[in-house]
Structures are given as C-alpha cells and as structure tokens.
Write a protein that binds this ligand. Structure first.
Ligand SMILES: C[S@@+](CC[C@H](N)C(=O)[O-])C[C@H]1O[C@@H](n2cnc3c(N)ncnc32)[C@H](O)[C@@H]1O
Length: 286
C-alpha cells in the first residue's frame, strides 16, 4: 500500500471525487425538473421547498450552489439570471446537449452492453454530434468570435466564409456582431443539411450555405474574411492558395512565401482558429 500511495494516483483521486459529475447532475436535474422555469419569478427558499417537496435545508444548499455558479440571483428571494435564461430557456438552450450527455452516461454505466455492441441510429447520432459541437462552441469558444469582431477588417467586412463551419453557430454569432455581414457556411452536404435546419430553428438571418468538399469543389469567392475553426483539413498546405484566392485580398504578398516553401504568418482577411482543437481561444493568423 505504501508503495501504491507514493505512486501518482491523482487521476484516481480526482475521478473518485466526482466534482464535475456532481455539478453536471445538479444542473441536469434543475433543468429537467423545471426548477429554472419556476424561478422565472422571484421565490423564497421556502416556496421552492414547498412547491417541489424538497427538504428545506437541501433546497437552501441547492439555491446557494446555483447562485455560486451565477445561474440564480437574489438574497431573500431568488430568480434565474440572464445567463441561466440564455443557457436553458432561449433558442440556444443547451437542454438538448444535457439530454445527449445523459444518454451518454447511460452508455458508460452499461459499459458491458456497449462493449458487446449497441447501435445508435447513425442519423440521430450525426445530427446530435454537429449540434453539440455548436453548443460547446458557444460555451467555450465565444472568445474567438469576440476577438475577431474587434478586428478592423471584421467591422468593415460584408462577406465572411466559415470554412468547415459545421453547425454554423460561429457564422450566426458573426452576423449578430456585424449587421452588414452576410456569412457563408461551407461544409460537406450532409452537414449542411443539419446546419440549415438548425439555424432556421434559431431564426438565423443573413446566412447562406455552400455544400461541398473543400478539396474538390469551389468554395465561393470575394470574401472579406475566411474563418475556419477546429478544422484539421482546412490547414493543409495545398488548400492555402485556394483559400487565399477567394478573399478580396492581394495574392502578391503570399506567392513569394509559398515559393519559398513556407506560409506567411499574416495574410489579411484569413483567420484560422485552432480554438476548438486546443480548447483555448486563440486566433492565430496564417
Ligand atoms: C471538428 S468540425 C468543426 C466545426 C466548427 N468549425 C467548429 O469549430 O465547431 C470540422 C468540420 O469540418 C468539416 N469538414 C471536414 N472535411 C471537410 C471537407 N473536405 N470539405 C468540407 N468540410 C469538411 C466537417 O464536416 C466538420 O463540420
């Protein structure tokens, strides 16, 4: 045992603490039990306890936990915050994502069944995966969008291409931040179908879709900005000139560098984001 204790068992200790899981369980419960709906109006802790039949002390702990996460506000009386409203009650609600994660938990808790092979409908899995990516993008990578929206090129831009845009939520966010902007989402035809219906659902405007394979098909032209996030394919060297030629920028500063075998660090109008991949929000310019 002594030897075992000296080993680095942080991973095990952390997994046994289950802190993240407990947070997830609380949030999923509040969402599913419609507690957030109930807290649309200001309520005392006693009101919540009576309405749901919860123990009073446990209810107090729950409300204070939600308050510590910025989901609930108040002191005597409590109601949900705007962040909570956006996350759970708006068109961009992550409710669907929570349901998806709950299904995943089922799979992990029945690992034997999963290992023996259960099949989920490919269609369902595919749609959920794309939408989940989008919701995650909103949760973690919104900083990328903010950083880009501060660029002078962005403020003046009228046409933005989101290459490998998937769910299209980045494109949507960009159109909200620049009222003169039309955004084009380029992706594989199957993905575009999902993005189209999803963006229609949330009422997105000024977004067009270009189905295709960026290795083989034209990607459109005359873009002021080409944005590409978490898109391993989009970083392939052979794609760079194809991408650059579709901006309204000048190819001349790119060619010498390409002839020399390297890619220039800065090309006006092209932004490749690796945010999704690294989990951090950076906006490297090629
Ligand atoms: C990991 S997802 C990233 C989605 C979104 N840009 C984001 O950051 O959340 C990569 C996207 O690139 C698309 N993609 C991959 N290869 C492609 C190709 N050859 N042509 C068009 N799109 C492609 C995928 O369908 C997928 O939507």
């Amino acid at each position: 045992m002594e030897e075992l204790l000296r080993e680095n068992l942080n991973w095990l200790r952390n997994s046994l603490k289950m802190e993240d899981f407990k947070t997830f369980a609380i949030i999923a419960f509040c969402y599913r039990s419609k507690l957030f709906d109930f807290l649309e109006s200001e309520r005392r802790i006693e009101d919540v306890s009576n309405h749901f039949g919860f123990d009073l002390l446990a209810t107090k702990a729950l409300i204070y936990f939600l308050k510590s996460r910025g989901l609930v506000e108040g002191s005597e009386k409590f109601k949900i915050s705007n962040i909570c409203r956006t996350l759970f009650k708006s068109k961009l609600s992550i409710g669907e994502l929570l349901e998806e994660k709950l299904k995943e938990i089922d799979i992990w808790l029945n690992l034997e069944k999963a290992l023996k092979g259960t099949k989920r409908s490919e269609e369902e899995f595919f749609r959920n995966r794309i939408i989940s990516l989008g919701k995650f993008a909103l949760l973690g990578d919104i900083k990328v969008v903010n950083l880009i929206s501060e660029l002078e090129e962005f403020k003046k831009a009228e046409r933005l291409l989101d290459l490998g845009g998937g769910h299209g939520l980045y494109a949507y966010a960009f159109t909200l931040l620049n009222k003169n902007l039309k955004a084009f989402v380029f992706d594989l035809p199957k993905v575009i179908e999902v993005a189209k219906s999803f963006l229609k659902e949330i009422g997105a405007e000024r977004i067009e879709f270009i189905p295709g394979d960026f290795f083989r098909d034209p990607i459109g032209a005359n873009f002021d900005i080409i944005f590409s996030s978490f898109n391993p394919g989009g970083k392939k060297a052979e794609l760079i000139p194809k991408i650059y030629l579709k901006t309204r920028g000048n190819i001349s500063d790119l060619l010498p560098a390409l002839k020399g075998g390297s890619v220039p660090r800065i090309c006006s109008g092209i932004h490749l984001s690796s945010a999704g991949q690294s989990g951090r929000s950076e906006v490297p310019r090629i």
